[in-house]
Ligand binder design. Structure first.
Ligand SMILES: [Zn+2]
Length: 69
């Protein structure tokens, strides 16, 4: 019966993500169970399947910002 605890933990992680996103002035990414870069299925609460995807996503976002998007 750890459902409530799991959810609380997920909620805390989500709040931390929001806080980090706010500090870094980036739009908040929703963790929908899929990698934001390659769309692979990942554990809920995670944004990317691995560090490579996170780095590539960051590079892509930086390029978009440089392009004035
Ligand atoms: Zn990925």
């Amino acid at each position: 019966m750890s459902d409530v605890a799991d959810r609380a933990e997920w909620r805390i992680e989500k709040d931390l993500q929001n806080a980090r996103a706010h500090v870094m002035k980036k739009p908040t990414l929703d963790s929908d169970g899929h990698c934001h870069f390659c769309d692979e299925q990942i554990a809920h609460g995670r944004l990317f399947c691995n560090a490579d995807c996170r780095d590539d996503y960051d590079k892509e976002q930086a390029a978009l910002r440089r392009a004035g998007a």
